[in-house]
Ligand binder design. Sequence first.
Ligand code: FES
Length: 248
Amino acid sequence: MKADGIERAVAFTQYPQYSCSTTGSSMNELYRQLQELDPQRKIKWSVIDRWFTHNGLVQAFVNRIEAGLEQYPAETRDKVIILFSAHSLPMEIVNRGDAYPSEVAATVEAVMKKLNHRNPYRLVWQSQVGPKPWLGPKTDKAILSLGEKGHNDQLLVPIAFTSDHIETLFELDLEYGEEALKAGITGLKRAESLNAHPVFIQAMADIVKTHLDETAPAGSSPISKHFAVRCPGCTNDTCKDTREYFKQ
Ligand code: FES
């Protein structure tokens, strides 16, 4: 970018909901790299750190869910349980005061509001690894337990991933799908990921345009007021330095 003479850049996280384990650590790494790669700060940066209730994002989820529900017969469609599934977090990060759980829940609520709360739903968490405690309930366990309680029709919605990858294509579709079938749950389906949904692409364009307009006036802040505040339990000095760097 420096070789191309770029003078202005936007760090636009592709995680709609902010977590210090995703966007935060990426920003810390960008800060570390910039110290070495651009010590004179030739490139002026600003940051889009979260966009979890953007109207276009929410509408794109609604469209995918409506298409997902179409897979069920009209007479039982409203009874399908919508299972919003997001990547889990270790409880030590949650207890530090990470914003992610509440922001994921806010996306869920915005989506359900647009759907007029027409279906029952739950927010569940996937991809836990290792022996330490993680945020639950676990997606796979929730599928099986709901099945045992007589809820055969469940629509999985990846709510914190915007495009397909191993967690959607392998974990949700193959792993959890097979477990469900083995348990006799025949009505588990998944809403398509946002991927290149035109409403979603338009939303991202709108987010960037709004950000550029808001950060254009002299004296405007290059970072959001939310990003400026660290987790209550943060003891990592790099988080502090990163915020100081991008604030200037
Ligand atoms: Fe969240 Fe440092 S861990 S700001």
